[in-house]
Design a binder for this molecule. Sequence first.
Ligand SMILES: [Mg+2]
Length: 316
Amino acid sequence: MSSSLPSPRRVRARLRRRPAGDTSGGTVWLFDLDNTLHDASHAIFPAINRLMTAYVARVLGCDEATASRVRVDYWQRYGATLLGMIRHHGVDPADFLRAAHEFPALAEMVRVRRGLAAHLRRLPGRKILVTNAPQDYARAVLEIAGIRHCFERVVAIEQMWVHGHLRPKPDRRMLRRLLAQARIAPHRAVLVEDTVSHLKRYAGTGIRTAWVTGYLRTVAPSRPHVVPAAPAAVHDDGSRRDAAVRSTLAAEDRRRAGHAVQERSVTLVAAETQAPQAQPDNVPRVRARVPNRPAYVDIKVQSMHQLQRRMRRTGS
Ligand SMILES: [Mg+2]
């Protein structure tokens, strides 16, 4: 009989694989990573932004101001710099993402709130990480944040190919396939995200949504896509055009400072790391003005602590 028992080594390995915390609830939490579980606006997003622009400049053989303009164009047309780079320049997505997430001092850049691991552990239900970032980066951030053991699985951008196309969030087919593979009924899943446009995209799919607003930052006034003019070249045509674009956008922002513009600015700044931000690093990043809970958001919280407390109160 004893021969059928698993070896102590196998038991230890199984325990290591089993996610810690309360997995008894019927809910399956699909957690985003950046600006949901940790503060990526502080150092990581600006660094990714610089690395992406440098990558585009290298591939196109152009200067960084031109690369910034190209990124804005691709971001507006395809929703991500990466998708434009694949389509027009045939770049290898793995190579692009690796280059954009290379941080020699990642441990110093990850900022988490105290007690994060405990709050996640106490949240009842299975937990899966679903991030548009690459696998190695996601796992490294989870390790540094001390929460790797809270998740049964990490679904990173490498796992988001559907029928030969890269389909990151907020693609519906990708998430539907993920739920089917993990045998999760949509009504049991809660997508926890800072990017409100992602939550909006999944409205009507049966998936519940939780919007985490605590790490959202923006730059004043509300539009991040401004290419700064190089001071040494104020008089050339490109800079004049940039200045004209800047003043047009600023005027537009002043005119349309309502709810929709606020929501868009929050989305753009937080919308993954592909959102090109060409401001210099010394531009102050201020807390975003967060609009009221839209109808397609089921729960709006500032932090994991608040989410856990809310769930405990409602008992769901
Ligand atoms: Mg995010």
